[in-house]
Design a protein around this ligand. Structure first.
Ligand SMILES: NC(=O)c1ccc[n+]([C@@H]2O[C@H](COP(=O)([O-])OP(=O)(O)OC[C@H]3O[C@@H](n4cnc5c(N)ncnc54)[C@H](OP(=O)(O)O)[C@@H]3O)[C@@H](O)[C@H]2O)c1
Length: 277
């Protein structure tokens, strides 16, 4: 019987991370799950056990990330699969989002992921195998009012994932960029933040777009448990997908954007040509 892989998953107290840990434990995998506060994990999954290690991790603090990876490796002997799942959206216009709010969102969605990658790769290279899932989004292609900074973070995640895949392939390490569409999680529930000043000149954009996003909450087409089972299936593949859309809204949305981009580039080709030597 094949040895069951050891998983390390960030942001597990809710949504996709929670569903993934539930499914992994059900299927008998060893899992180190992180949360801002491990008490949240103990409440959901129970105390530390032979197969489960709940970890408090501050994703904005590299020493905390390092320590979480150290503790997981100490307990299970190795980490085979890492899932950079923790992330959130701060819904605000580009102009009205403060510098510290922008930096917070990049810290959690991008720099936190990089911190996990930096600290987990040395042991994966030494093992000669490993698999990193980075959760980007349909928003790695799509953009829309109030989501500019969130989409910028997810564009960054996708670019980093695609580059990393090329760099670490030589060491037997796989990278999958996961692109969920709308998933029924706490994303537009308890997790999102917003800045909507009363006197905003963008009031009509807030009204329209917040109504749309809040209307998504609880009605998203994507099932986190089905997503969890897809993660596990992809992790078993000899040559796992490097780009993994989840949900037809994601797949169709990305395809439409790419088709529109191809058309635009055809239309612009003669203009682009004018700057060549
Ligand atoms: N749901 C969607 O429609 C959708 C679509 C595309 C991409 N995604 C991406 O999927 C990933 C998982 O999101 P989800 O939908 O499962 O949302 P969720 O239910 O809100 O769960 C997000 C997890 O990320 C962590 N997190 C949230 N806000 C955080 C913050 N301010 N600081 C630190 N950690 C924070 C939380 O970890 P702890 O509370 O345990 O610390 C939480 O468990 C995210 O990267 C998200 O961007 C979601």
């Amino acid at each position: 019987m094949a040895v069951k892989k050891v998983w390390f998953v960030t942001g597990c107290s809710k949504g996709l991370g929670k569903a993934l840990v539930e499914e992994l434990l059900k299927q008998g995998y060893s899992v180190a799950g992180t949360s801002r506060d491990k008490k949240n994990l103990e409440r959901i999954f129970g105390a530390e056990s032979e197969k489960f290690l709940p970890l408090s991790m501050n994703i904005r603090d590299e020493s905390s990330v390092k320590e979480a990876i150290r503790l997981a490796t100490e307990k299970f002997g190795r980490i085979d699969v890492a899932v950079n799942n923790a992330g959130f959206t701060h819904l605000a216009t580009v102009e009205e989002m403060s510098d510290s709010d922008v930096r917070e969102e990049f810290d959690i969605n991008v720099f936190g992921m990089l911190s996990v990658i930096r600290n987990i790769l040395p042991q994966m290279r030494m093992q000669g195998h490993g698999h990193i899932f980075n959760v980007s989004s349909l928003g790695a292609y799509n953009v829309g009012p109030l989501s500019g900074i969130y989409c910028a973070t997810k564009h960054a995640v996708k670019a980093i994932s695609e580059t990393l895949a090329q760099e670490v392939r030589q060491f037997g390490i796989h990278v999958t960029d996961v692109k969920p569409g709308f998933m029924r999680t706490e994303f537009f529930g308890s997790s999102y933040k917003t800045t909507a000043p009363e006197d905003s000149p963008y009031k009509s954009l807030y009204d329209e777009n917040m109504k749309f996003y809040m209307g998504q909450d609880g009605n998203q087409a994507g099932d986190p448990h089905k997503a969890a089972r897809l993660y596990i299936k992809v992790a078993k593949m000899d040559q796992p997908y490097e780009s993994l859309p989840m949900g037809t809204d994601s797949c169709d949305g990305i395809r439409n954007i790419c088709e529109n981009t191809a058309k635009l580039m055809n239309d612009m080709r003669s203009i682009a040509e004018t700057t060549n030597y």
